[in-house]
Design a binder for this molecule. Structure first.
Ligand code: IFM
Length: 453
């Protein structure tokens, strides 16, 4: 297929295509000390000097905990039929396990009921990075028992919401939880240990696999999946060294998660590279991880073009410029072709079942509203180009069934605080006023008419 194929796809999407927007609890809710919520690793991390830009925290964020009904109205106004949210673990189990906080469950129950009443399908992610702090104190994700705690959390939530929520995502982007949280230390809990990070991947995958049957038991009509941040990886040149570096980089970001999820165990090349820090699965672990799922969630932002550099970790290759790519204000290369390649590769190499793009979007430094409008044409172009790639993937056979814009709202962008705006809705963090951006109006039109403009 040539690059020009991206310009000649038909503009209509399949009739039952899911159109949504996504958020995550810590990034929007605020109210971190209210109604019995416990502390999470992100509360602790963001309150540690030097860990986030400008010392920003999620204490208030978009104040969604208080403004949720306005936000449901906003989703309705946009015209999108699905909303992906995450559940704050410490709001439900303030100590990580044991004591259940009824007020936390009641909050999500109200929200889900309001979404359903508005005709919006809730897509619920159980873990989007806010591990209860007490579990981190007991060893966090590198320790096996954290997977048991997650299964307990999944049970409590699915028991309460399982009659109404039909789409469940166990984990969001376990690569980030493990490697940014425990190896580079850029994310909470901020540890810098490779062995911890690699062990964390194993516990996270076990946690996913243990939660799948728990959710099914409590929510028999539900569909259950996992969301991965997948990085299509290309060698910078055709040089053998660069090609081998790209294979390792793909192993580190992609195959390390995909292979065990689809029953192949950890990839041998990566197990050898990790050497003595590679996890040693116990009996039953790999079967549990490979629990059959109903869909795969794919978060795509940018590709990796890489070259060999023996001075670096052998698996994390040196980055190289992405050819002919504009950059977002985050400095991420805009490369829609990567989404097409990724979806086709998943379809070719793994028995994923239906695919959903559960996040895709761009950070641009939007100016505040003028006359009730936010002119963010670069973001609209970003979405149009990526949706064209998504449509091309469908036409080439990829079982893509839905797409979620990241994000419904400008929000707390982790270590970058409030400096990066990903929203299709502008949030004035001083007044909490929401203004649908031009990209949001455009996306809403696409969602309601099921075609590209
Ligand atoms: O904001 C994040 C989100 O929480 C997880 N995926 C990537 C987004 C943009 O960085």
């Amino acid at each position: 297929m040539s690059h020009s194929d991206l310009t000649c796809v038909r503009d209509e999407f399949p009739p039952d295509f899911t159109w949504g927007a996504a958020t995550a609890a810590y990034q929007i809710e605020g109210a971190t000390h209210e109604d019995g919520r416990g502390e999470s690793i992100w509360d602790r991390f963001s309150h540690t000097p030097g860990k986030t830009l400008n010392g920003d925290t999620g204490d208030v964020a978009c104040d969604h905990y208080h403004r949720w009904s306005d936000d449901v109205r906003l989703i309705r106004e946009l015209g999108i039929g699905a909303y992906r949210l995450s559940i704050s673990w410490p709001r439900i189990l303030p100590d990580g396990r044991g004591r259940v906080n009824e007020a936390g469950l009641a909050f999500y129950e109200r929200l889900i009921d309001a979404l359903l009443a508005a005709g919006v399908q809730p897509w619920v992610t159980l873990y989007h990075w806010d591990l209860p702090w007490l579990l981190e104190e007991r060893g966090g994700w590198p320790r096996r028992h954290t997977a048991d705690a997650f299964a307990e959390f999944a049970d409590v939530v699915a028991r309460r919401l399982g009659d109404r929520v039909k789409q469940w995502i166990t984990l969001n982007e376990p690569w980030c939880s493990a490697f940014l949280g425990y190896h580079t230390g850029e994310h909470a809990p901020g540890r810098t240990s490779l062995p911890d990070a690699v062990q964390a991947t194993h516990t996270l995958l076990r946690a996913h696999g243990m939660a799948v049957p728990v959710i099914r038991r409590n929510s028999p009509a539900a569909r259950v999946g996992i969301t991965l941040n997948l990085t299509p990886t290309y060698p910078a040149t055709d040089d053998e060294g660069d090609r081998a570096a790209a294979t390792r980089h793909d192993g580190y970001f992609n195959r390390w998660f995909l292979d065990p999820l689809y029953g192949r165990g950890y990839p041998d090349d990566m197990v050898s590279l990790y050497g003595e820090v590679a996890p040693v699965p116990e009996a039953g672990d790999l079967d549990a991880i490979a629990a059959p799922t109903d869909f795969l969630g794919v978060n795509y932002y940018s590709p990796a073009f890489v070259r060999d550099d023996p001075a670096r970790h052998p698996w994390r290759a040196a980055p190289s410029a992405v050819p002919d790519a504009d950059l977002t204000d985050f400095g991420w290369a805009v490369y829609p072709r990567g989404l097409l390649d990724l979806l086709l590769r998943l379809h070719r190499d793994y028995p994923t079942g239906p695919l959903y793009v559960t996040e895709n979007g761009a950070a641009y430094d939007d100016a505040p509203p003028v006359g009730g409008r936010v002119d963010d044409s670069r973001r609209t172009t970003f979405y149009r180009r990526h949706l064209t790639a998504a449509k091309a993937a469908i036409e080439h056979g990829a079982p893509l069934r839905g797409y979620f814009a990241w994000s419904l709202l400008d929000n707390f962008e982790w270590a970058f605080g409030y400096s990066k705006r990903f929203g299709i809705t502008y949030v004035d963090f001083g007044t909490q006023k929401r203004t649908i951006k031009d990209s949001g109006r455009w996306y809403g039109r696409v969602a309601t008419t099921n075609r590209l403009y």
